[in-house]
Design a protein around this ligand. Structure first.
Ligand SMILES: *Cc1c(COP(=O)(O)O)cnc(C)c1O
Length: 385
């Protein structure tokens, strides 16, 4: 079976986890801050907060930006449900933006139109969460310019995109956002098994996220409401969570992040191979044209069938050949939970059209050229039907 995504684990990764297991701290030791520092070094972000997963990092990001029951949060409907759920955890109203037909990223045209309408109706969003689908950055410069015009905060859901570039800067630099979130789930670019991270350049947001990651508890006497009772004393100042990453996970993350460039280069060459092998087929391929100042992290390789009526058939033929393709994503607004909130099929036509055509081909560092040739052959035959 060829999966659509898979972790890349070396002996060095294994040794670094064993090292933690034999040491003094399984959690709350030195590995988590060291992992956070390595991601700050890679991205140039000033602060990084490692978490249990990207879902909890998105939740902390919303809380740090004061998202609550009276807030409005907008995200892309072509994403994993976590991009929207984080707003619902805070009780906020969620709304969706349609996507660009080629990239599947948040459509700037749709965002502009929706903002203009929302201004008239006094329903402007407090936070917008662009999602860098498959590892390709949204147009953050434009979204940032709109945030200044309409006064909203930005969380980048970069769960797919650690190692990618936008305008020559690493995704995660937060040049055009308040907070950027990464996922380290095994199918993503680098892994800590479960794991995530929130990055920011803003000290106040970093402090809030750190505080809420660990029960809303502080040992800082300056923040306490009464004199410390002694060295054991702590105070809970707000209702936080236990969203901490373990040191075992962080050690794996440190080891993985050392190979980030190598992993991205491998993924990029797999994308180039697919372009060569698939260029004659009746499908649209993800653009390689962004290579240079903007580089995808190539988390996913999403093809779009020109004839959407063939999607299920082609998908099934690939699966039958043990090629474990997938679909990213079912539009969030069509999920029953979101339909209950009032969304319906038909609300976001470009996203629904995109969904009806897409298949994610296998994409991970250990995928071989021979496997890619096999995938291309099965795909070519399936499309002839
Ligand atoms: C994977 C993913 C998440 C959630 O990541 P976890 O680390 O599994 O919580 C959120 N958003 C997007 C776009 C994702 O792909």
């Amino acid at each position: 079976m060829i999966p659509y995504g898979r972790q890349n684990i070396t002996q060095e990764d294994i040794d670094s986890v064993i090292n933690v297991l034999q040491g003094d701290f399984l959690t709350q030791g030195p590995a988590v801050p060291a992992f956070e520092k390595s991601l700050c070094d890679i991205t140039t972000a000033h602060y990084a907060i490692a978490t249990t997963n990207a879902t909890s990092a998105l939740h902390l990001a919303c809380l740090a930006l004061n998202v609550g029951p009276s807030s409005r949060v907008w995200t892309s409907t072509i994403s994993f449900v976590a991009s929207a759920n984080c707003a619902r955890y805070c009780g906020a109203n969620i709304d969706f933006i349609d996507v660009d037909a080629n990239s599947g990223n948040m459509s700037i045209t749709s965002l502009k139109e929706k903002l203009a309408d929302a201004k008239i109706n006094s329903t402007l969003p407090n936070v917008v969460i662009p999602v860098h689908l498959a590892g390709t950055s949204c147009d953050m410069q434009q979204i940032h310019a709109l945030s200044l015009e309409y006064n909203f905060a930005i969380i980048e859901d970069a769960s797919h995109a650690v190692g990618g570039l936008f305008q020559g800067k690493m995704i995660g630099s937060c040049q055009y956002s308040d907070i950027t979130v990464f996922s380290f789930h095994p199918v993503k670019i680098i892994t800590t098994a479960e794991g995530g991270m929130a990055l920011t350049n803003k000290n106040d947001l970093a402090e809030k996220m750190q505080h809420l990651r660990s029960h809303g508890v502080t040992r800082d006497e300056q923040l306490m409401t009464e004199d410390s009772h002694g060295a054991w004393y702590y105070q809970q100042l707000s209702l936080g969570f236990n969203y901490r990453m373990t040191d075992m996970q962080a050690a794996l993350g440190i080891s993985q992040s050392k190979r980030l460039t190598e992993i991205i280069n491998k993924r990029r060459s797999i994308a180039q191979n697919y372009h060569r092998l698939l260029s004659e087929l009746e499908i649209d391929l993800p653009s390689l044209a962004t290579m240079g100042k903007d580089d995808s992290a190539w988390h996913l390789f999403i093809i779009r069938l020109k004839d959407q009526s063939k999607r299920a058939m082609v998908f099934n033929k690939l699966r039958k050949a043990e090629i474990w393709v997938n679909v990213h994503y079912i539009p969030i607004h069509t999920q029953p939970y979101y339909q209950e909130l009032g969304f319906n099929w038909g609300d976001y036509p470009q996203a629904e059209d995109f969904y009806s055509r897409i298949i994610s081909l296998p994409m991970y560092p250990e995928l071989t050229l021979i496997q890619q040739e096999f995938i291309a052959e099965v795909l070519r035959e399936a499309l002839l039907n």
